[in-house]
Structures are given as structure tokens and as C-alpha cells.
Design a protein around this ligand. Structure first.
Ligand SMILES: CC(C)(COP(=O)(O)OP(=O)(O)OC[C@H]1O[C@@H](n2cnc3c(N)ncnc32)[C@H](O)[C@@H]1OP(=O)(O)O)[C@@H](O)C(=O)NCCC(=O)NCCS
Length: 381
């Protein structure tokens, strides 16, 4: 039976939405196609056999913004699972995202095994970490804190961006997919506490939801905690810790490894729920977003997906060109190229796990090239 992959329009939406309700058990998991949101369907004969959404995002890779296809809502109706419809769906969907310039694709899988053979590899975790609230009353110099008002939103956004640019993986929170940057702080949030290391300069924030009650089961939920320096982190943790008498537990949404558990008197925190963030490299040009140390100069041949390339590193920049040379024997699989790019693994580990094979002559140079900002993620989508 012929299989056809096509973009969904808003008119199809009402008929298609029940598939998502069925897959994810909620009626608000997906939205209709619209700016920055491309919905794709696969039909076999006269039946819908797969659905998926591609969202227009950008990823911070240190100082560089990299266009990214954010995948969500992947669904195959129960009767068609195991039919092999994901591959044609991804080929068409990612082909279209590549045409608009996406070099990466990211997603949160319900199961990592679904996307491994499609070239995605884990780079970071977004965890909800439960901690006894009293442990947040940490010692040390603390920046002054105050409650944010709507006028502070631009400064809060700037603090997020400053944090995001110190990592690889966080989304830029601007552009077509973020029409309302305030949303993250107004939905399900009681308050946003700001830290100001210097007067008038927002150097950290905690967006929190007080929750209900004040008994043994009461929980304070921190939707986002960002601190650009240690005094800001101490100030924010103490403000949260001051809830100890009414909310014995605090759950902090955090990208692991986090900055804050190392400051606690004892590490009695535990991951309550974990979302793994996976990324796929769509185009080898993504490597040009690396920012090597200015003193690093090297010509690094490698093979990926059967094609030979040379990464030319000089003056703090990377260029990648194709080569037909057969002397290239350093071979990266899809996991190796992603985890190299995100500094999520090193050559030795990738070799041990079989993701990197062939010549090891350039391993030290590759590790120097990819060293730098660590992976992190803050948005769930
Ligand atoms: C997940 C889902 C889309 C997979 O559809 P499917 O038709 O079974 O997928 P395919 O048969 O094409 O399998 C694709 C790959 O995923 C793997 N896979 C499928 N379900 C899996 C699971 N639950 N856990 C781990 N791997 C899984 C298959 O083994 C296959 O891997 P391979 O290519 O290495 O052999 C489908 O089961 C579904 O709609 N589930 C409910 C909604 C959901 O979880 N969506 C994913 C959101 S991220």
C-alpha cells in the first residue's frame, strides 16, 4: 500500500487531534499548525498512520545560535505501531526543516530507543529534583533578593540568555516560537524572585509556585532557577529555603548536572522525574558553531555517514569541507557527532562504546576542539 507524507493544514486539525489525545492522554498536548509549528501526517491507503510536529527553534551552542527543528507529538495509532512509518515521517519532516536552514533537531522522547536509529543521541536531562526545603538555607555571601514585577521581564529574559550562552543546548527564547516570553513566568507561577548582585542588575531569578497547604505534604515547586554568580545563587536558595516551615519539600526543575546541589549541607536531593533531551545533527555545518580556543590550530579529517570531511580549526573558528581523500579513518557515528558537538562525551568514552572507530591520532585535538560550555536544557516541549 502506498505511503504518503504531507503537511497538515488547519482544516485537517479537528479530525486529527483525537490521535494525540489518545496517544498522550490529554487534550492539550498539541496545538494546530501555525507560525513556527509545522504538523506532518503519514497516510497509508485511506488511513492516517503517523503524525509529528516540527517547531522552529534555535539552540545556543555557546555564543552561537543554531537553527533547530524541535520535534514533538510523534504518534502512531495503536493498530499501526511497528509498521515502520516513523522513518518516512522523519525523512520528509526533517528534509523540510533542513530547507529552512535547521542544522540540528531536538526532542524529548517518551523512550530513547525510539529515536536512536533515527540518529538522535542524549545530551542533557531536565529533571524535577526534590529536596528537603530546610537544606536550601545555605551559608555564604548572598546577593540581595526582591520580588519581580512585570517591568522586570526584559531583565529576566536577559539573565536567561546570559545563562544559556554559557551552555550548549538551551533554546533561544525569541523568534516565531516564543511570541510571549512572559508566559514561562506567569503560567502556574506564584512569584518570581530576583537576585541583584549589583544594584539594578538582575543576576539570577527563581520562578516558583507555592502550591497548596502547609502540612507535611506541602511542596514548593520551582519552575526555573537561574543564577549568574554564586552570591545570586545563595540569595535565591535562601529565599526558597525560608519556606521550610510551611513547605517541607521543594521540587526544583533543573538541568542536570545542576549548579546548586553542591552548595547544600548534605545532598539529600533525589530526582523525582527525568526528561532526557536528545539531539540529532542534520548538517555537518553544525560543527562550525563550535568556538575553539584561539590558540588551537589543526586540520582534522573525519568520516560521517560515509562522507569524508576535514574540520579546519584556526583563529577561534571551525570550517568544515568535504574531502574525497581515503586517508581519513577517524569515523564518527550519529551519536559521536552529537555528543562531540555538545561536549556530552569525550573521544575515549565514545571509542569504548563503539561510536567512534578508526585512527585515534587526533583524539586529543578533537577533545580540545569540543571542550567548553557544558550541555544543558531549560525548556520542555
Ligand atoms: C512511539 C511510537 C511513535 C513508535 O511507533 P512504532 O510504529 O512502534 O515505531 P517503529 O516500529 O517505526 O519503530 C521505530 C523504532 O523505535 C523502537 N521503539 C518503538 N517503541 C519503542 C519503545 N516503547 N521503547 C523503545 N523503543 C521503541 C523500535 O524498536 C524501532 O527501533 P529500531 O529502528 O532500532 O528497530 C508509538 O508506539 C506511539 O505512538 N506511542 C504512543 C505515543 C508516544 O510515545 N510517542 C512518542 C513521543 S516522543
Amino acid at each position: 500500500m502506498s505511503t504518503q507524507v504531507s503537511a497538515l493544514d488547519v482544516i485537517d486539525w479537528a479530525a486529527i487531534k483525537p490521535f494525540w489525545v489518545e496517544a498522550f492522554g490529554a487534550d492539550d498536548d498539541e496545538s494546530p499548525p501555525g507560525p513556527g509549528r509545522h504538523v506532518w501526517r503519514v497516510d497509508s491507503g485511506d488511513e492516517v498512520v503517523a503524525l509529528g510536529v516540527d517547531r522552529e527553534f534555535e539552540t545556543w551552542l555557546g555564543e552561537h545560535r543554531v537553527p533547530t527543528a524541535g520535534i514533538a507529538g510523534i504518534t502512531v495509532p495503536a493498530e499501526h505501531r511497528g509498521g515502520g512509518y516513523l522513518r518516512p515521517l522523519f525523512e520528509t519532516l526533517l528534509g523540510a526543516s533542513r530547507e529552512r536552514g535547521a542544522l540540528l533537531s531536538g526532542l524529548y522522547p517518551t523512550s530513547t530507543g525510539i529515536y536512536r536509529s533515527l540518529g538522535y543521541a542524549p545530551v542533557a536531562h531536565l529533571d524535577d529534583v526534590a529536596v528537603p526545603t530546610h537544606l536550601l538555607e545555605v551559608r555564604g555571601d548572598a546577593a540581595p533578593v526582591r520580588r519581580a514585577s512585570p517591568e522586570d521581564l526584559p531583565e529576566i529574559a536577559a539573565a536567561y540568555t546570559a545563562w544559556a550562552r554559557q551552555h550548549r543546548g538551551p533554546l533561544t527564547r525569541d523568534g516565531v516560537s516564543f511570541p510571549d516570553p512572559a508566559k514561562a513566568f506567569t503560567d502556574d507561577t506564584t512569584g518570581v524572585t530576583l537576585a541583584e548582585s549589583s544594584p539594578g542588575q538582575v543576576t539570577g531569578y527563581a520562578a516558583w509556585d507555592r502550591g497548596k497547604g502547609y502540612g507535611a505534604d506541602a511542596v514548593l515547586t520551582v519552575r526555573e532557577l537561574v543564577a549568574l554568580d554564586r552570591p545570586s545563587l545563595v540569595g535565591l536558595l535562601r529565599a526558597l529555603g525560608s519556606f521550610a516551615s510551611v513547605t517541607p519539600t521543594t521540587v526544583i526543575r533543573t538541568s542536570t548536572p545542576d549548579d546548586w546541589t553542591g552548595l547544600l549541607r548534605s545532598d539529600d536531593s533525589r530526582v523525582q522525574s527525568r526528561s532526557t533531551y536528545m539531539v540529532k545533527v542534520l548538517d555537518v555545518a553544525a560543527l562550525t558553531a563550535l568556538s575553539p580556543a584561539p590558540g588551537l590550530a589543526a586540520e582534522l579529517p573525519f568520516t560521517w555517514q560515509g562522507q569524508g570531511y576535514v574540520a579546519s580549526v584556526a583563529d577561534g573558528q571551525v570550517d568544515v569541507s568535504e574531502t574525497t581523500s581515503t586517508t581519513t579513518s577517524r569515523e564518527l557515528d550519529d551519536t559521536a557527532i552529537v555528543q562531540n558537538l555538545f561536549s556530552a562525551s569525550d573521544s575515549r568514552t565514545l571509542r569504548r562504546l563503539g561510536h567512534l572507530t578508526g585512527s585515534d591520532t587526533d583524539d586529543a585535538a578533537w577533545d580540545a576542539l569540543t571542550a567548553g560550555p557544558r550541555p544543558a536544557i531549560a525548556n520542555y516541549y
